[in-house]
Ligand binder design. Sequence first.
Ligand SMILES: [Zn+2]
Length: 388
Amino acid sequence: MTDLSGTLFAVLAAIIGSLIGSFGNVVVWRLPRGESVAFPPSHCPRCDHRLGPLELVPVLSWLALRGRCRHCGAPISPRYPLVEALMAAVFLTVALVWPPLTSGLAFLPLWTVLAMLVMAALIDIDHYILPDALTLPAVVLGVLGAFLTRETLTSAAPDLPTPAAALVGALAGAGVLALINRVGALVLRRFADTKERLFPVSLDQVNVAAVVGALAGPWWGVAAGAASLLVNLMARRTLRLPEPLAYGLLAVALVLSMTTFTVPTVTAVGGSVLAAGAWALLGAAYWWIHDLVRPDPAGQTEDDQEPVAMGFGDVKLAAALGALLGWEKLLVCVLFAVVLGALFGVVGRLAGGKRVIPFGPYLLAGGLAALFFGDATIRWYLGMLGVG
Ligand SMILES: [Zn+2]
C-alpha cells in the first residue's frame, strides 16, 4: 500500500510539475514585458491560432507536433518542453525526497518556492533581471513554509530548517551576496553609486549594519541600520558613510575579533552577514512596495530603478534559497554556484560564446544541488577535516 501511494504521488508530482512548467513558460515570456499572465490564452505567436487542450499537454504535444504549430507550421522552440521537463523533474525529486507519508506537507512550500525561482532564473537568462515580484514573495513563502513543514510533521524531516533556521538562512543568503557584491565593487573599483533613490533606505544601512554587526553581533548591527535610517529621516536627506571607509572599518572589526577586545570571530562574521542581509532585504522590500504603490510615470525599467547596484536580484534569490536550505547548506549552494559559474564561463569562452549567462541561474542550480545533496556534501567535507 505504502509503495503504491508513494508511486502514485510521484507520478502526480511529475504531472503537476510539467503543468506548472507550461504555465511558467507563459510567465517567463509575459512578466518582464508587463503583460497579464492570465489573458489572453496561449496562442501561436505567428498565426495567433489559440492552442486547444491537446496542444497544451506539456512535453508530449511538442513531441507529437514535432516542434511546429499545427496551423501555420511555425517552429516552436524546444525550450518550452525542456522547461516543462525540468519543472517536472524538480517536483518529482522533491516528492521522492520528502514524501507526504513521512514529511507531511513539506513538499508544498518547496514546490511553490522552487517553481517561482526557476521562472525568475529563466527571466534572468533572457533579460538579466530577477523580478522582485517572484523573488521577494519567495523569501516570505520560504520562511513561512518552514512553519508548515514543522507543524505537519508526522516524523522528523531533519534536512529541512526550522522556522528560525529558515529566517537565519534567508538573512545569511542576502548578507553573503550583498557583501560579495559590495566588496567586489570595491576591488573592481566600480562604484556605481547612484545619486537618486538613496533616501531613506539604501546600501548605506547595509554597510552600517555590516560594520556594527562585526563589532558587536547581529542584533546591534540591525539596530545600527535602524539608527542610520532614523538619522536620514530626521535630517531629511541621506547621511552617507563612504563605502571605502565602511569596508575599511569592517576589515578592522574582523581583525579586532581575533583579539579579545570585541566579540569572537564567529559572532563577528555572522553578525556582519546577518545584519547586512536584514537591511538588504528590508531595503529591497521597501523599494518594491514603494514602486507598487507609486509606479514611476516616467516608465523607468526595473534596473534603472534598482536602489542598489546591479546584481542585487541575486541577493533576493539567495535569500529565498537560504530560507529553504538553512545557512549551512546555503554556503554549499554559493560554493556550487561559483564553481559552476566559473566552469561554464570558461567552457563558454572556449566555445566562442558571446552571450554572458548571469549569476542567477547558477545560484539556483547550486541551490537545487545543495537542497538534494547538501547533507552528503557537508558530511563528506567534515569527514575530510576529520570532524564528522
Ligand atoms: Zn501558428
